[in-house]
Design a binder for this molecule. Sequence first.
Ligand SMILES: [Zn+2]
Ligand SMILES: [Zn+2]
Ligand SMILES: [Zn+2]
Ligand SMILES: [Zn+2]
Length: 343
Amino acid sequence: MAEAPDSEPVPSSSKGNLLEDAQDEGPSPKKRKTEGEEIDKLEHRLGGILCCAVCLDLPQAAVYQCSNGHLMCAPCFTHLLADARLRDESASCPNCRIEISKANASRNLAVEKAVSELPSACRHCTGVFPRHSLQHHEDQTCEQRVTGCRYACLGCGWRGAAAAGAAHEAACAHPRQSAADLVELLAARERQAADQLLLHSQLLGLLSYEKITFTDLQLKPYRTEELHKLYYETSRFSAFGQQWLVKAFVNKHQRDPTQSAQREITYQLILKSKPGGAVGVWWMWARGPFGEARMSASLAQHAFREDEAAPARALPLADPADANRLLANKAIHFRLIMFLSPK
Ligand SMILES: [Zn+2]
Ligand SMILES: [Zn+2]
Ligand SMILES: [Zn+2]
Ligand SMILES: [Zn+2]
């Protein structure tokens, strides 16, 4: 069962330059001939020890370990669990093949803290900082970080190093636009805000409908008989006197979703009974009391006839990166809120 690890997912990452250096240099780190060579070597050696066994990067946040102590960063850990569920197998440590699960893997706080103290180079300037303060430096204080012009709200698209910002702003033409240009700009912004408001007022309108229902559902994994293709389904539930269920797919148009790092969950709401006429329904998703991911506000609508499935839509995850976190679980929990359109 255990194949060579070349089929293991190796999520790419642009971070962890420190470690890439360590990998490239191999056993003789002679690239940097600076005074700090001794320290340099130590941090590279530590980087090689504390890196994730899957992506070989230094972990950014939580670090998990198998029961033999092999380290995995949190995204790789959930990715392994999700892949195993998609393949209908149990997940195993890429180093020692021992089974890993949420129950038998543990965090390693000492490694998390040690990694956060390792020196790391700023991606904009030549400065070196402990990893725990690197983000703050790169985002807030680095002179070389890329910023925009303060007149961006007037349409200036300038981007450049923070150190050059003041000189640009002094010469920027945007604050000297004519009133007519500014009126045009304000109108465009108002249109944008109106689109956002529309969703909220639609939702408020739906909340005034006479028939509203919500159901806390679990999507559970199943396999098709012939192709052994994975899909998810809820049990049937009733709403507005009809029977419904939700079916979901991972990367619907791909035969084997474990081949790609991108995961998209699409779903269909399906009417399983025979109403007298069409049943017009609006619906939206919420995390619900057992859910593991935030949903973004979005409304869907369909007029169902008997035994009909609404067209497939993407599950509106607030953060698409949550797909793996959901797939790593035995079931996907969420709340479906439905509104019956008045006749
Ligand atoms: Zn990793
Ligand atoms: Zn292991
Ligand atoms: Zn910097
Ligand atoms: Zn400007």
